[in-house]
Write a protein that binds this ligand. Structure first.
Ligand SMILES: *Cc1c(COP(=O)(O)O)cnc(C)c1O
Length: 355
């Protein structure tokens, strides 16, 4: 079986035999059924499916786009890549640049990056610059650096990124045997929802299939697409979607409008509740941003979105964009079953009885 996004989907990607393939064998991520979550939402067990993109090599969907962007950068003779990032793009760029032997410069909003993501950029040897500003400012600086210093920009404004990312839609259709009825996902810079919509449209055309309704979710304090204007100081616990000026604004709006879907927002408390609920009900640990899509699903089902649907045939895909281990701090902020015990068995027995 072919492995890695470029080899698996070569015919649908902007590569030729001349393109050197820089890969960590990304993609081919699991599409897990979520029977217990489905039931809690009052749906049949077969309704909800989780596309667990945290299973990519660096722990997020960014790898799908990065393999194409870095391969094309090498083909075009680049010696260095640059990106601005809330963490996962940087982690991915750092790993793929290391693999290609390229210099990698990452601009991170100072103090706003989850620990695991920063650790990845550091260990892969990227030049990490913590910018005293938010993500949106870091992206402006990265674009300027690309233009004036001749570095290859590997943010999602790089069209090769979205080409690679669209392959996740191909995998979903392959696994379900058809497109889902709905797709729920978080939206930050809006590249990913745009890429999925492109992917679904392409398979629909090739195979004569229908299209899912695209349900994008922003965080309450970082919801420019919902408010219809940029947010100067975006704020949310979901750092990967803490973005005030989405770079692919129009793409997201088109995905929503053309599919008959929605772009709405959920509160941080809903995100954290969905985050923990998913881990406990299904054994799947995603990062807080990824749980925004699950929080959206909980809200939409409570509001009766599926009450008219043919429930036995209903298929809902939730994209879990990144792995929970990326952000080891957030779980500690929530209440858990946890206590200290003396190192003797009677104490252990007492502790287990009184829980
Ligand atoms: C990048 C990222 C997002 C947001 O994706 P966009 O393409 O910017 O909308 C969401 N979740 C995680 C974990 C990410 O890394």
């Amino acid at each position: 079986m072919k492995q890695g996004v470029i080899e698996r989907f070569r015919a649908f990607l902007p590569v030729t035999d001349q393109t050197p393939v820089v890969t960590l064998l990304e993609g081919s991520t699991p599409l897990l059924n979520a029977p217990r979550l489905s039931k809690e939402l009052g749906l049949p067990e077969t309704a909800v499916w989780l596309k667990f993109e945290g299973m990519n090599p660096t722990g997020s969907f960014k790898d799908r786009g990065m393999t194409v962007a870095v391969s094309k950068a090498v083909e075009e003779g680049a010696k260095a890549v640059v990106c601005a990032s809330t963490g996962n793009t940087a982690a991915s760029a750092s790993a793929y640049a290391a693999r290609a032997g390229l210099r990698c410069v990452v601009l991170l909003p100072d103090g706003q990056v989850a620990a695991g993501k920063l650790a990845q950029s550091l260990i892969h040897g990227a030049e990490v610059l913590a910018v005293a500003g938010n993500f949106d400012r870091a992206l402006e600086l990265a674009q300027q650096a690309a233009k004036e210093l001749g570095l290859a920009l590997v943010n999602s404004v790089n069209p090769y990124r979205l080409e690679g990312q669209k392959t996740a839609a191909f995998e979903v259709v392959e696994a379900l045997g058809r497109p889902p009825d709905y797709q729920f996902m978080p939206v930050g810079n809006a590249g990913n929802i745009t890429a999925y919509w492109t992917g679904y449209r392409e398979v629909a055309t090739r195979q004569g299939l229908g299209l899912p309704k695209m349900m994008g979710w922003q965080a309450w304090g970082a919801a420019p697409l919902v408010l219809g204007k940029p947010v100067a100081r975006p704020s949310t616990v979901a750092t990967a979607i803490r973005i005030g000026t989405p770079a692919t604004w129009l793409g997201a709006m088109r995905a929503k409008d053309e599919s008959g879907g929605t772009i709405a927002r959920v509160k941080d408390a809903e995100i954290l509740s969905a985050y923990r609920r998913l881990a406990r009900l299904e054994g799947v640990f995603c990062e807080p941003s990824s749980a925004a899509g699950i929080a959206g699903l909980v809200r939409a089902s409570r509001e009766g979105l599926f009450s008219q649907a043919d429930r036995t045939e209903l298929r809902i895909v939730c994209v879990l964009t990144g792995h929970g281990l990326k952000d080891p701090e957030t779980p500690k902020t929530l209440p858990h079953k946890w206590k200290r015990v003396p190192a003797d068995f009677p104490a252990l027995k007492r502790a287990l009885k009184t829980r």
